[in-house]
Design a protein around this ligand. Structure first.
Ligand SMILES: *Cc1c(COP(=O)(O)O)cnc(C)c1O
Length: 377
């Protein structure tokens, strides 16, 4: 990593100002661990912002995914369908449980799981006598997946859906916040996401029993007894009251952060769309993206790595798109269904600096260098 002064990063935390009030109160009142008023406060605020019925604040998004799959009863040897075009943490929890990830290819319009490929994959697994236990469906880079079609396929076969909305807090599909449509949804508040708790996550669900079970499992699955008694295996996954305080301040800013990230996208689009062969990911009519990261597909004349290195010279951080999970050495042995669409995205795409705190000057600088590289052949 390169921390030369003046560096323009891909995505950085952006405090709103009120975080320190919540944190200071927590410090003054000695609520510095995994109990205290910011936790129910933050969970209440998450529900307010997303229209979820229940939220459980956890120490990472990965933990939230792990608990969601555990709560669905996924166990060793079970198969779990998962988007291939995503960050590794969408699939790691499948492995934690000793289950088998079965990767499903994306479709062109949203870059998220293809409903037809999902149907093919389920049919093939059923034919092999292997009934999938769950579906992990990702909304990547803030873009909602084709939820109505995907949910229709999942419902037809009675397979529960976990929405990995780690990158998509504030995004909507047909007016509904993503993360609230499947059986459970997961958000991340890692430092590079649209809002942060310094590190954290949340599980949301309509089902009160699932929410109660998630909290129970996240706090060592302690039975109701005056002494420590345990009948089930639990985890230590609860968020701290300090982090929840940061989260409360951050959530106050969510709408503004979505607006700012969308403005970053619009700026790049307006400044760069004239370049022949360059393409932006468009929203479907049913979709509203938080535009967590602005991504571009580059003209075939320019390899992403060449562009990345040229911007690196100017102290600007960009990043290749995710390398699909079915191409990762870690997952080479697992089933995959699709036409390799996402491998093509990986070959052509780049994530641009997308922080909500980017100044006009910084955006101009990124565009200037992108043009310099892309307009020279
Ligand atoms: C960040 C992320 C996660 C994991 O969240 P953490 O809070 O970092 O554990 C999971 N899935 C996707 C798609 C992510 O981007």
């Amino acid at each position: 990593m390169n921390y030369r002064p003046g560096r323009i990063f891909l995505s950085v935390p952006h405090m709103g100002g009120h975080e320190k009030n919540y944190v200071q109160k927590a410090l003054e009142d000695n609520w510095v661990a995994t109990n205290g008023p910011n936790l129910p406060g933050f969970e209440h605020d998450i529900c307010q912002h997303t229209n979820a019925r229940h939220a459980v604040a956890l120490n990472t998004g990965t933990a939230a995914l792990h608990l969601a799959l555990h709560l669905l009863g996924v166990k060793a040897g079970d198969e779990v369908l998962c988007s291939t075009f995503t960050f590794v943490a969408s699939a790691s929890p499948i492995m934690y449980l000793g289950a088998v990830p079965v990767f499903v290819e994306s479709e062109e319009r949203t870059w998220n799981m293809c409903p037809e490929t999902l149907r093919d994959a389920i049919a093939a697994r059923l034919k092999a006598g292997r009934r999938p236990a769950a579906i992990v469906l990702v909304h990547l880079y803030g873009m909602p997946a084709e939820l109505s079609q995907l949910m229709a396929v999942a419902d037809e076969f009675g397979i529960p859906v976990v929405e990995d909305a780690a990158e998509s807090l504030g995004s909507r599909y047909s007016g509904h916040q993503v993360g609230t449509i499947g059986r459970m949804g997961v958000f991340s508040f890692d430092g590079n996401k649209i809002i942060t708790t310094s590190g954290g996550g949340a599980l949301v669900t309509e089902d009160q029993q699932l929410a109660e079970q998630a909290l129970f499992l996240a706090t060592h699955a302690r039975d109701a007894a005056p002494f420590y008694q345990h009948s089930q295996m639990g985890y230590n996954y609860r968020m701290s009251n300090i982090s929840a305080g940061i989260g409360r301040g951050q959530l106050e800013m969510l709408e503004k952060r979505v607006k700012q990230r969308r403005e970053v996208f619009t700026y790049y689009k307006n400044q760069l769309q004239h370049i022949e062969g360059l393409a932006f990911l468009q929203e479907l009519k049913t979709c509203f993206s938080n535009r967590w990261l602005t991504t571009v597909l580059l003209p075939e004349s320019h390899h992403p790595e060449q562009v990345r290195l040229a911007l690196e010279e100017a102290n600007i951080e960009t990043r290749p798109l995710y390398k699909p999970l079915h191409l990762q050495p870690l997952f080479a042995a697992y089933p995959y269904y699709g036409n390799s669409m996402s491998a093509g995205l990986f070959e052509r795409g780049l994530c641009l600096p997308s922080s909500s705190s980017l100044t006009e000057e910084e955006l101009e600088k990124v565009v200037k260098h992108l043009r310099r590289v892309l307009e020279s052949v």
